[in-house]
Design a protein around this ligand. Structure first.
Ligand code: KE4
Length: 425
């Protein structure tokens, strides 16, 4: 399926880039193939270097919520870049962005910008340890928080793909401070807190786990985590790098009414440029340098061009009443997929919230990564390649969540459903 130019580029890439990619999941290893290279993207479509056009259901893993290269963003980047690309000195866009995040995200009284989701979760963990004076962290199997040493333990996303849930290069002494539990099993968390609750600095989770399938917390589960962390003096950290600004203005914390102490943000907030952020209670955030003892920094953090792009995206989302529209096309997509599964009597499941979705090639109830791993990955691989041949690009891994954007029209959805009907056995 790789075009001639993609083939040439990938051969050259492998000479100078590890695995030929700058991020492992792009290598197509989990679909036993080689990646194509992209020349351009606009709206809900991408065009590869061999001229093939594809409807894109990844949206650069979440940032492209308006679709690719929306004019409002490209014009903003063009205009702001004329005045400089980076200063390393405070700029007005940083203040405006921080105000918007504090206004939109329930838990955030103060926020610090960084350059990736990984930096956001890494900084939040260090801050939690510095604020509480404790070392242990609880995370959940299959939850992916970026390639942070303390959190790349039983992780999701690319780590699962490569069958190396625990990456090489992480000191055992550090990994020992991370307690990893199955998600959605209350008794497991209660047991750990009963045993060593006073040693726990923080519990970090994806509140709607989306890196090992797309999973919903059972009713009351997030409230239990909130109750246990408060009771034992541990911090609750929501990793909303994917769900923040994606599922609602205030992400899952708005949808669930559960307010964490800290949260990590990213993707949508940057409009496709390298942006992450972490924020939360002001008394905790004030422990960060230069006011407090927890050091955290970044040359390009709050970069004016990235801030302006992210602000333009968030303002456009609000202007277009984006979340309502994403729910409308999401419902159309879900009804279509469920209709195909029903009509063909397929033992498959489909989870969706807003513009995030995942199709499972198995009928086990999806409660955590163990249930996702019971899926028929060979059937997924066949589906992936059949869809790609028919012009629909899905995530090259059964663990990844799909994304809709405001650029996906009813006819794009209907065209995709026709392809799905052909490709689902
Ligand atoms: P980055 O460091 O990749 O910007 O963000 C890390 C991260 C943190 N938290 C959550 C919940 C995330 O989903 C991510 C990154 N998501 C993956 C997609 N599943 C990034 C894709 C990739 O690794 O190339």
């Amino acid at each position: 399926m790789q075009g001639e130019l993609s083939k040439k580029l990938f051969k050259a890439a492998k000479e100078v880039i590890p695995g030929g990619v700058n991020s492992p999941v792009r290598a197509f290893r989990n679909v036993d193939g080689d990646p194509f290279f992209v020349r351009r993207a606009k709206g809900c479509r991408i065009e590869d270097v061999d001229g093939r056009s594809l409807i894109d259901y990844i949206g650069t893993w979440g940032p492209a919520i308006l679709g690719h290269a929306p004019t409002v963003l490209t014009n903003t980047v063009h205009e702001v870049a004329k005045n400089g690309l980076s200063f390393g000195i405070p700029n007005p866009f940083e203040v405006e962005m921080a105000k918007v995040v504090c206004e939109w995200v329930p838990s955030v009284e103060k926020v610090r910008m960084v350059n990736s989701g990984t930096e956001a979760t890494m900084s939040a963990i260090r801050l939690a340890r510095g604020f509480t004076g404790r070392d242990k962290i609880i995370k959940f199997e299959g939850h992916y928080h970026g390639h942070v040493d303390s959190l790349l333990v039983a992780a999701g996303s690319g780590a699962l793909t490569h069958g190396e849930p625990d990456s090489a290069g992480i000191p055992r002494s550090l990994a020992a401070e991370t307690i990893t539990l199955p998600f959605n099993l209350p008794e497991r968390v209660e047991e750990v807190f009963a045993r060593c609750g006073e040693e726990i600095a923080a519990v970090i989770l994806e509140p709607y786990p989306a890196n090992a399938g797309f999973v919903f917390p059972h009713p009351g589960y997030l409230a239990l985590l909130r109750e246990l962390t408060t009771k034992h003096g541990a911090l609750l950290i929501f990793d909303e790098v994917m769900t923040g600004f994606r599922l609602a203005r205030g992400g899952v914390q708005e949808l669930s009414g559960i307010t964490p102490d800290l949260c990590a943000l990213g993707k949508v907030i940057g409009g496709g440029l390298p942006v992450g952020a972490f924020g939360g209670r002001g008394d905790i955030m004030d422990h960060l340098a230069p006011d407090g003892p927890v050091y955290q920094a970044g040359t390009l953090s709050g970069n004016p061009v990235a801030m302006a792009a992210g602000l333009a995206q968030l303002k456009e989302l609000k202007k277009q009443n984006g979340y309502q529209r994403l729910e409308e096309i999401g419902q159309r997509f879900e009804d279509g997929v469920r209709g195909i599964i029903r009509a063909k009597g397929l033992p498959y499941r489909f989870n969706r919230a807003g513009s995030m979705w995942c199709l499972y090639f198995g009928d086990a109830e999806i409660i955590n990564v163990d249930s996702v791993q019971q899926g028929d990955f060979e059937a997924f691989r066949k589906f992936f390649w059949s869809c790609l041949e028919r012009g629909v690009y899905l995530a090259p891994s059964p663990y990844e969540t799909g994304f809709l954007s405001l650029a996906h029209t009813e006819s794009d959805i209907d065209e995709t459903l026709e392809v799905f009907a052909e490709c689902l056995a």
